[in-house]
Design a protein around this ligand. Sequence first.
Ligand code: MN
Length: 303
Amino acid sequence: MSQGMMEPYAGLISFLRMPFAPSAEGLDIAVMGVPFDLATTGRSGARFGPRGVREMSLTMAEFPWGVWPWEYHFRDEFKVADLGDVTGFTAYTDRMMPCVEEAADKVLATGAQLLTIGGDHSISYPLLRAHARKHGPLALIHFDAHSDTWTDEDLNHGTMFYHAIKEGIIVPENSIQLGMRTPNPDKHGMLVHDGLECLRTPAAEMAERIRARVGDRPAYLTFDIDFLDPAYAPATGTPVVGGPNVAYARDVLRALRGMNIVGGDQVEVAPHYEGPGQITALAGATIACDILYLIAEARKQRG
Ligand SMILES: [Mn+2]
């Protein structure tokens, strides 16, 4: 193809056609996948999320000028690579946690930032631990149909933020949850804007609320694909109707430019539940790309 364009159906599959690298040494941003879904309470299958999201990310990597509407190509300003997947835990949640935490620690020890693709949402817990070890207690910016704060000592993809708050690695007073559409009797001190509130609030205003809540605290951004209405993201373990669309989510995300977002993840794409078009993985890849830009720009701003 002309002008350095890349056919989205050809070649090896890495996230956004980044080069593969064995470690994060010398990088600004590293991307890794965590193909794990045994902490799901509904339908499993998010272990195929990293593969599905990487594949659909190729549709965005076609253009040498970057990803619309970002004004530049991230690779012209930042050294990035795909580290592949964290493995070695097969079918055990209690083995996944230390594996992911260690992998994240290794990346952060090089000075690089980290974007992770899941996997079910439980993977955020070891990622938060690693980021809090590096940056101190974190503000959580959480997009999801579920609060994932059920008060339960069991560790699964519906309880990990309760555990993270108890552990002190998330500061609830600086944290905000968006898009909830399931009963949530205990907010654990976090600010919650449910799905209806999102539908009624323009993206720019929602972004202002996020900024006001987080303040200057280093923030970790986690995006469960089921934040989106199942019309836009059907392929996920626990879909809930009545959510925002992808354009709204992207509008809110881009309006967070300049915030001190130190890391993030995109989770819960389960490609085997797709109808035609792989639209869930496409949404996941696009959102993950937006998070990448936010993390990169925050890094640049810190200098
Ligand atoms: Mn969810």
